[in-house]
Design a protein around this ligand. Sequence first.
Ligand SMILES: [Zn+2]
Length: 464
Amino acid sequence: MKEKTDLNLSISFHGAVARTTGSAHLIKAGKKSILLDCGMIQGIPHHHNKRISFDPTTIDSVVLSHAHIDHSGRIPLLFQRGFEGSVYCTPATKDLVRILLLDAVKISKIDARKEQKSGKKVSLKPLYDEEDVYNALKHFVTVPYHNTESIENHVNLKFIDAGHILGSAQPILDFDGTIIAFTGDLGQNDTPIIKNPDPIEKAHYLLTESTYGNRIHPQLEKARNLLYKYVQHVTKEGGKLIIPSFTIGRTQLLIYFLNEIYEKEIVDKTPVYIDSPMAIDATKIYLKHPECFDKETLKLLKSGDNPLRFPELKFSKSHRESRNILTGWETCVVFAGSGMCTGGRILSHLINELPTRKSVILFVGYQAKGTLGRKIVDGAEKVEIYEKNVIIRSKVKMIRGFSAHADKLELKKHIAKIKKKPWKTFVIHGEADQSLTFAADLRNTMGIWARVPEYRKEYHLRSA
Ligand SMILES: [Zn+2]
């Protein structure tokens, strides 16, 4: 019999511990180091992301679960600081990550200028520039879903669907028979457009997200009905319906629902503006990747009905078009990023519409602590945007059911599908209360070893 090498496995967590951003988890297997994600921490000044709690020159490979910036945003920094390996991801993730990283350069430049203006002694240099992004992209290696790729000696990688956004995956790493599975960001079942999450068949060690580890979502149908209600409200009362939206994932999902209600003539048809060059590019990338679509969406496309297009839907790419929407008086629905209002065109819309009683600001996704979006959702009476005091008189609403994350019940069902209980489950990617409650729930109701790991502590893992 062939002797098994003891790989001397260990794992440490360098982000997204008791918080939802900055995903970065380091697996060591003997002399090899594999990094799962390398995301930006959001809700803090951008330049604070320069601090990386491990040495990038010691990393051999990066495995990227999906394109969102809180999972991918610090990858160019790794290359800047001497990382020379490959970044493995799905083909759709590679296409999306390009536009997200280039956008991060823009945000970083604005942030650096802002910090300088405020008199703080920080460097005017952004985290990285366009050249760093293009250089990083040269090292991306795509692995389609369900293919097995040998990424290092004794290390195989397979991506299975995560159902979170286009191209999102749950990386399954096989170290000579010891399996470490990572849920990545796990989507909800039966979300339109993309496929449902695949079940994890086997895992000795599991890394599970817990964004909603202590919350049960209202049904998607309820969320959809609320969306109709707010569209109808501005159509009748006037004002604008402003939707701060994650340009990738949520925007396409809401376009899909608006297409449905407009086709069925459930509401009066008000113009819908996608005021985001990035969302426009992302929507094009969606249409390039039918391999990620569910059966219903494929059927619609085949019949000639593109669910991501309808006559009232208008894309605004240039600044002039954006200004026209801003200064116009017409009732309309506006989607703009960023989703947590940390930058982007949404800020100008908020300056205009937050003080307007008739308008509705509608949040459709998770708002991390410290972000402007969170302050507004939490009921602030006024906020500061671009050094202006903005009074809030508009309606502020939140629809939770559109979440791109599974809730507590779906997460538990997902874990229950693994054929044998994992030896250890690390509960990550959630604010402290969500993660701690979820870990306790897994221990108490499923008899699973589950803990919220300590930031940067190294956990030794035994081999199978
Ligand atoms: Zn995500």
